[in-house]
Design a protein around this ligand. Structure first.
Ligand code: 5GP
Ligand code: ZN
Length: 114
């Protein structure tokens, strides 16, 4: 999608610190980290929000989770714990409208979230 920030990161037109890449998704460090490790896992194909997902995207969304979990293990906090978050639309605070899974790790988290 021409005017999408994360499409541009996927295409390498905007720089980002990539932590993961395969045929379906890219993982890169968040520019404004909310934890010692804060990475975003995004599908290479543009999908705006979870509302646009269909049954055909089941593998894609599962793949984002598997990729984030793999990186959590590499980063060393898989056993201690970490948080995975997908914000959808305004009330949840979504600001970039290209689907992304936040991986936050390296500190303690509280529940419920803000
Ligand atoms: P959201 O609020 O939509 O769930 O999360 C969007 C995330 O994208 C935020 O955590 C924000 O810091 C991050 N972000 C926004 N612009 C950029 C950017 O240009 N580069 C990177 N790496 N992250 C960004
Ligand atoms: Zn996009």
């Amino acid at each position: 999608m021409a005017d999408c920030l994360f499409c541009k990161i996927v295409e390498g037109k905007i720089p980002a610190k990539k932590v993961h890449e395969d045929e379906l998704c890219v993982g890169f460090s968040d520019i404004n980290p909310q934890a010692p490790t804060h990475a975003l896992f995004v599908p290479k194909r543009h999908v705006a929000t979870t509302n646009e997902l269909t049954a055909e995207d089941r593998e894609l969304v599962g793949h984002l989770t598997v990729s984030a979990a793999k990186y959590a293990r590499q980063a060393g906090f898989a056993d201690t714990g970490y948080r995975l978050v997908m914000n959808c639309n305004r009330a949840a605070g979504q600001t970039v409208f290209h689907l992304h899974l936040h991986l936050l790790g390296g500190r303690e988290f509280t529940w419920p979230p803000g």
